[in-house]
Design a protein around this ligand. Structure first.
Ligand SMILES: Cc1cc2nc3c(=O)[nH]c(=O)nc-3n(C[C@H](O)[C@H](O)[C@H](O)COP(=O)(O)O)c2cc1C
Length: 444
């Protein structure tokens, strides 16, 4: 198994510090469940003494959902591109589809190794209205049954869902997309990955050098899928190039465009502010729904971004990793005093903290297993602020090569006992209220 993981890792490694996810909790191919259960270990996590690998798999007792909703969400009209379609009617259908999904505005961005099923479900409980899968490699997905079954995990409640692929061959992309289309609301093409691995593999943002190829990828899906095609792009340094690019995508059959307001060279999101002006110009230039991405750190950002860009929704990535309750109106101490908040709106202790969220995430991992590697990554992100106060607990966590849920819950208990709780802040009137099943009902 370890060799298999390293093999996949070596071919689709995207973020050098973050290897991609591989293992399923819910397999789209029920026949895989027997294969998988033979690979699986105990749901409470592998017994430390028996495991030789810190990234040992969490097990799967959770069965593939018996009815994984193989039909697209109601109100989906087939969006196959018709030969005589004009731009107007295509845009109308794109909007009908978007509105049929409830016009989601608060969306979990695609994140390799991080926007996996349990994390998506956690964010959905706290206000996220739609989510992207991590990027899947279309060629490997279409060639390799194990990768396919292990990489794409979902469940009935995991909707609306964008399934994202990277690809550079239209036929291969279509083959991969056909497998997932019954389980998602958009098949998304990653045109924004700026990493070295994407340069070597010739996908993501490096396709920006080959517009005819991008067009052919979009057209292939738009002409052959029942679900619509969306694209996630980066901007060009020159605004006119970005606008021409967006229009080309729309013309090729793209039904929704997510615009990350940074160029291919602006890799560091902390260093480069996203260009919301460019997103606004794209929004003005196309007729399909447009989502804005970049610098969404709290709900004030959501409101100002939507107002500034006119976009139809926002994606958040990095901040959501630290604060999965961002879309429910909670903010971390770092952002508490930022933005245009007046003192009265500055937010009180919201009665929720990152350790609460981590514990909820761990429970979701028991329900929807993922590799420990992914759990570790989320622990670091969600408890980062707590670890700053108690670095000795972080060190102990790092030294623990074999994890179990019990150990992690104990660690959270220890942090709490040590004191120095770091709350999430919220305005009493602006938070989502979770229902008994954990799904939000309303916001103000
Ligand atoms: C850990 C991580 C993994 C990511 N993986 C993907 C990915 O698989 N596909 C993609 O299109 N973008 C990916 N991104 C980029 C984000 O989706 C997003 O475009 C970027 O982080 C900017 O949003 P932010 O300012 O809210 O972080 C990733 C970002 C992070 C932090």
């Amino acid at each position: 198994m370890r060799r298999l993981l390293s093999f996949f890792y070596s071919i689709i490694h995207l973020h050098p510090q973050n290897p991609p996810p591989f293992l399923p909790t819910f397999s789209i191919n029920p026949s895989f469940s027997s294969t998988f259960s033979s690979m699986a270990t105990n749901p409470k996590g592998p017994p430390p003494e028996e495991s030789s690998d810190p990234d040992d798999l969490l097990c799967s007792l959770s069965q593939p959902h018996p009815n994984p909703n193989p039909n697209p969400t109601p109100n989906h009209s087939p969006l196959l591109l018709q030969p005589r379609d004009d731009a107007g009617s295509r845009a109308e259908r794109a909007w009908a589809h978007w509105e049929g999904l409830g016009a989601p505005r608060l969306i979990v961005a695609p994140m390799v190794d991080n926007s996996e099923l349990p994390f998506r479900m956690l964010c959905r409980r706290y206000g996220a209205q739609a989510a992207y899968t991590p990027m899947l490699h279309a060629r490997i997905f279409s060639e390799n049954e194990k990768y396919r079954s292990m990489e794409f995990t979902t469940c009935k409640e995991d909707r609306p869902l964008f399934v994202q692929f990277c690809a550079n061959d239209p036929g291969t992309l279509l083959e991969a997309a056909k497998v997932v289309e019954p389980y998602c609301d958009y098949v998304d093409i990653n045109l924004g990955c700026p990493q070295r691995i994407a340069r070597r593999g010739n996908y993501g943002a490096f396709l920006m050098d080959n517009m005819p190829l991008i067009r052919s990828l979009v057209e292939k899906l738009a002409c052959n899928l029942q679900v619509p095609v969306s694209c996630k792009i980066r901007i060009f340094p020159d605004l006119q190039d970005t606008i021409a690019y967006a229009r080309m995508l729309e013309e090729a059959g793209c039904s929704l465009l997510a615009v990350h307001g940074r160029t291919r060279d602006e890799k560091d999101g902390r260093k480069f502010r996203a260009d919301w002006d460019a997103i606004r110009e794209v929004k003005k230039s196309v007729r399909i729904p447009v989502l804005a991405n970049g610098n969404i750190r709290h709900m004030e950002d959501v409101h100002s971004c939507l107002e500034h860009t006119g976009a139809d929704g926002v994606l958040s990535a990095e901040t959501l990793l630290e604060n999965p309750a961002l879309f429910a109106g909670f903010r971390t101490a770092e952002w508490r005093d930022c933005g245009n908040l007046d003192e009265s709106k500055n937010g009180e202790d919201g009665g929720l903290d990152q350790a609460d969220l981590l514990e909820e995430y761990l429970k979701l991992c028991e329900q929807y297993p993922v590799p420990w590697r992914i759990v570790r990554s989320h622990v670091h992100k969600m408890l980062g602020d707590w670890f700053k106060v108690h670095p000795e607990v972080r060190e102990e966590f790092n030294r623990q090569s074999k994890l179990t849920f019990e150990w992690l819950h104990d660690m959270v208990g220890k942090l709490r006992n040590l004191g120095g709780r770091v709350p999430l802040y919220a305005n009493a009137t602006s938070t989502w209220k979770a229902t008994e099943n954990g799904f939000p009902m309303s916001s103000s």
